[in-house]
Design a protein around this ligand. Structure first.
Ligand code: MLT
Ligand code: MN
Ligand code: ZN
Length: 308
């Protein structure tokens, strides 16, 4: 299978439009060795022609322009995007759906919780019904979760997507924020059934629950939450009153942080994704980046390709 990282940053992207933190200001002025990044999305394919878009970020049009593989040009109007799958209903993962409105009816794979949000609090589905329209394919929970039923996407034969319900956070606008449920946030085990290879993808991972640990242990490649370096990154800068945990993200540092988690598994590739613009790992010369390198952990960038 082939995976292209379309966007490796968290909500806001890097640099964020209104932000003058060390990273954002340093990237703009050229004083920092770092690379701009768009908001969180990957594309997955078996044959390199048809792709499942996982999350539709607000930067989708720029991401498509930057990724020739997503435009195979087989007919006068065409796209390599065969379907969209959503991990949650966060603004940085869903608002790009509006940009796909000129296309054909869009097959959309998401949980009932996300479908509910996109029909009510953030009504993208009713809006899109006046354009391309959306055909929902439910990601179903089994026995109340956290296990969910695997799906295969027509046109992407040979790849199985198994969602895992995660304890994380529904978006701030959602009624599910205060009433969490199965499928508010998912991780995805993506398997190439011919090759027997797998990736575990979870751009928002608040806690390492037993079923998550099992998925991390079994995967050849893990592509996981790289949002924050510390628990209080946003509060210390005065940008938010919420900790990383309040936002459903596990920071990298600390005795039980993501680095410690990744040290305990032996995946061939360990990659951080969905990186917030405040995170010091975006500075290629930072000590935090050097720490990751010592632990064999990579930092995703836009355009990164993973072949498994
Ligand atoms: C998050 O995952 O917490 C988001 O990036 C928040 C956002 O979209 O602003
Ligand atoms: Mn996000
Ligand atoms: Zn910033």
């Amino acid at each position: 299978m082939k995976i292209i990282v379309l966007g490796s940053a968290a909500g806001g992207g890097f640099p964020q439009w209104n932000c003058n933190c060390r990273n954002c200001a340093g990237l703009r002025s050229g004083s920092l060795r770092a690379t701009a990044r768009t908001q969180s999305s990957i594309a997955v394919s078996k044959d390199g022609n048809d792709w499942v878009l996982i999350n539709a970020s607000p930067d989708i049009l720029a991401q498509i322009r930057a990724t020739p593989a997503l435009q195979p040009a087989r007919s006068r109007r065409d796209s390599g995007i065969a379907a969209v799958m959503l991990m949650d209903a966060q603004v940085d993962h869903v608002t790009g759906l509006l940009m796909l409105r000129e296309g054909k009816t869009l097959p959309l794979y998401c949980s009932a919780s996300v479908w509910d949000d996109l029909n009510t609090s953030l009504p993208l589905v009713p809006v899109l019904s006046h354009y391309c329209g959306v055909r929902w394919h439910a990601l179903h929970a089994v026995d109340g979760g956290p296990a969910m039923l695997p799906v295969e996407v027509p046109g992407i034969e040979g790849i199985r997507f198994t969602p895992l319900s995660l304890t994380s956070k529904a978006p701030p606008y959602s009624p599910h924020r205060t009433h969490p449920g199965v499928g508010d946030n998912i991780g995805l085990l993506i398997e190439d059934l011919d090759k027997g290879t797998s990736v575990f993808y979870a751009p928002g991972l608040g806690a390492i629950e037993p079923h998550v640990e099992a998925a991390l242990r079994g995967a050849d490649c893990v592509l996981v939450d790289g949002t924050f370096w510390t628990q209080d990154e946003m509060t210390e800068l005065g940008f938010s009153r919420k900790s990383a945990a309040d936002m459903g993200h596990l920071p990298q540092s600390g005795a039980e942080g993501m680095i410690a988690v990744l040290d305990s598994i032996d995946a061939r590739r360990k990659i951080l994704i969905h990186i917030n613009n405040t995170n010091p790992i975006l500075d290629d010369d930072s000590p935090q980046r050097a720490t990751l390198a010592r632990h064999g952990i990579e930092v995703a960038f836009d355009g990164m390709e993973i072949h498994l």
